[in-house]
Design a protein around this ligand. Sequence first.
Ligand code: SF4
Length: 319
Amino acid sequence: MEQKKLLEARGLTVEFPLAGHKKVHAVSDVSLDVMEHEVLALVGESGCGKSTLGKTMIRLQEPTAGEICFRGTPITGLSPKAFRDYRRQMQIVFQDPYASLNPRMTVRGIVAEPLETYHVCESKEATTERVVELLEAVGLTADHLYRYAHQFSGGQRQRVGIARAIALNPAFIVCDEPVSALDVSVQNQILNLLKDLQGRFGLTYLFISHDLSVVRFIANRVCVMFLGKLCEIGDTETVYSKPLHPYTRFLLDAIPKADPHQRRKERLLLAGELPSPVNPPAGCRFHTRCPYATEKCRTVEPQLQEVEGRKVACHIYGE
Ligand code: SF4
């Protein structure tokens, strides 16, 4: 069966102005399809623009240039009123469950807020019933209804954040580093919950993470980002079993191995520091760190091209 596109980003660029006519080039000319019912992981080091791209895909951040389509309809230029029906289809789970929940609201208030905004239920009682359903879907109970965020553990708070995100039956959820603020022992529980909800409700996730070991567990496809640009995108197993872009290889090498002695001699070492997004390098943005960089890499920007069943932006693979 042919998979349909849920979201399409075309030429998305996000820049943040700074003093003195400078700007942060957070996302630069990114085109990306998200397919219905998939988990697409967006990975890269912190500061690479992945969270900005995720927020822009659901218009929590307006792009400087480019277009986003939801089920074929352009949503980029819609007024807030016209966008309202699309907004409920697109939700987000934030990284920090401590900061993303209002400390003055009870759990009932937090989870009921989107239901009340969209007048989903006919009465207060019906809203409370729906909130209890949502809490149960994320592994909490009616006993938690009138507690405040500070009375929960980190994992429980993230469950509340997830209940809020699924309250309006969305099609698409941006999961922005949803487990990185949690203890390792709790991370697996939240990942299992997200995976379970995705299957039960037919959700599509853009799963943003700097941790590639987490991504392998949950994602169907993986998209690697470096300094505002996409480097490699393909099925998770294809990319993990044979990463082609030098940056993808570096990220995968950084995952702790069961036998570190065996892996050390194959390990790819990068030069220098992460360049600044205020002044990104010309040509391939990775060239200041890449051990394979040539003169061409310093001047000509590589484009994403089909190589061995995935797309890669690297001159090593010809064009
Ligand atoms: Fe390295 Fe050049 Fe490929 Fe960029 S294009 S990743 S600098 S080899």
